[in-house]
Design a protein around this ligand. Structure first.
Ligand SMILES: Cc1ncc(COP(=O)(O)O)c(C=O)c1O
Length: 409
């Protein structure tokens, strides 16, 4: 493969990627005819399984009508319908939807909204964010700068990134007091707090409870700063509820990944009306200065509308509950294995944390030999399957995890 540059891979030692020729349901079909059961649903996007006929039909129809038109000065029904439906799923008041084309860009937009919100209100010095150790918000510069400064990519790009304020999530009184102090000290410089609610995903599938979000809401209110929930991973049922924002309402939410059911790239940044109101003025300079070329792509919006149909008419959240129960039961044998530090499950997320992984590429190949596609990172072996996965396919995945983890010496 002389022309391809792969993501997150030391290509000299990673080996070639697996040649894939088709997908269906929870299966990945390889060029040599092998079928792998997919344990991660293409980075958590394909929540209805691959090639769902309802989404495929919606995209095919939209392709004939209008595959794309720019969103500057023009608007179209698939985007307007999607915006209305997303607003209806959000807590009351979060009802302005800005579309973009990837999760990282949705985070950039949320950060720009927060900074410009304060600028439009005459407080231009509020340009920093409170972010959390273990967090991950994307690979673009702004998003990297609010991702974990130790385990993230800061060491390679330190000189490039603005310095934000990193704290531990307020899981107990001590971390809460520390976070309060940091916010107190820097209140005049802070635009907002950004957090992945309930699950820090790419940072290692670390969970926290709703009370952490309640504390963040209280601090944001007390210091009059904005609270941003990055629901790019948690959104659309992954944790068992449709959105974490249903439990505690933020000021801005970012969505992507499962938004189109894993079919096409699309993201949304959804703001509270009060945030939008700060941009509504007679001054052209108060407009939000962002506009991705493919924003609100009609094909992607059609896919997202079809995906929302499926959440309405198929039992996705009960499927997630069944997956959670199966993961709890079937990953339990990993507890007590010599190299295992923790086994945890939330919704359709199962994680086995080990003390170290010596060669990540060998480990990934070992899973392929078991007939599954599982892609551990850091010290975490995790499963985030499609919600539609068949019980016997899920059993194959969990059996593979138990077998491979038991072999770690
Ligand atoms: C919570 C969170 N935010 C942002 C992103 C970045 O999304 P994208 O890869 O679409 O840019 C990710 C991707 O894993 C994510 O999990």
């Amino acid at each position: 493969m002389p022309h391809i540059w792969l993501p997150y891979a030391q290509m000299k030692i990673s080996g070639d990627p697996l040649p894939v020729v088709a997908t269906r349901g929870s299966r990945i079909v390889l060029a040599d005819g092998r079928e792998l059961i997919d344990g991660i649903a293409s980075w958590w996007t394909a929540c209805h399984g691959y090639n769902h006929p309802h989404i495929a039909a919606a995209v095919r129809h939209q392709l004939d009508v209008m595959p794309h038109v720019m969103f500057g000065g023009l608007a179209h029904e698939p985007a307007l319908t999607l915006a209305r439906r997303l607003a209806a799923l959000m807590p009351a008041g979060l009802d302005r939807v800005f579309f973009s084309d990837s999760g990282s860009v949705a985070v950039e937009v949320a950060m720009k909204m927060a900074v410009q919100y304060w600028g439009n209100k005459g407080l231009a010095g509020r340009t920093r964010f409170v972010a959390f150790n273990g967090g991950y918000h994307g690979d673009t510069t702004g998003a990297m700068a609010v991702s974990d400064p130790v385990d993230g990519m800061h060491h390679a790009f330190g000189g490039l990134l603005p310095r934000h304020l990193f704290c531990d999530l307020p899981r107990d009184e001590e971390s809460f007091a520390n976070l309060s102090d940091v916010i107190e000290c820097h209140a005049g410089e802070i635009a907002g707090i950004i957090v992945e609610p309930l699950v820090q995903g790419a940072g290692g599938m670390q969970f926290h409870d709703v009370d952490v979000l309640e504390r963040l809401r209280a601090l944001a209110d007390r210091h009059r700063i904005l609270l941003i929930f990055d629901e790019i991973f948690t959104g659309f049922g992954r944790t068992g509820a449709m959105f974490a924002s249903a439990a505690v309402a933020p000021d801005i939410v970012t969505l992507s990944k499962a938004l189109t059911g894993g079919t096409l790239p699309l993201a949304a940044t959804i703001a509270r009306r009060a945030v939008f109101d700060a941009f509504w003025s007679d001054a052209p300079s108060h407009a939000l200065m962002h506009g991705p070329t493919y924003m609100a792509n009609p094909l992607a919006c059609a896919a997202a509308n079809a995906s929302l149909d499926l959440f309405e008419c198929e039992p996705r959240l009960s499927e997630v509950a069944a997956i959670a129960a199966a993961l709890q039961q079937r990953l339990a044998p990993c507890r007590g294995m010599p190299r295992v530090r923790d086994v945890r499950v939330r919704g359709a997320i199962g994680a086995v944390e080990v003390d170290r992984i010596d060669n990540i590429y060998t480990l990934r190949r070992r899973f392929v030999a078991e007939g599954v596609f599982v892609r551990p990172f850091g010290t975490t072996v995790y499963l985030t399957p499609a919600f539609t996965i068949a019980p016997e396919e899920l059993a194959t995945l969990t059996d593979a995890v138990v077998t491979v983890v038991s072999e770690m010496k």
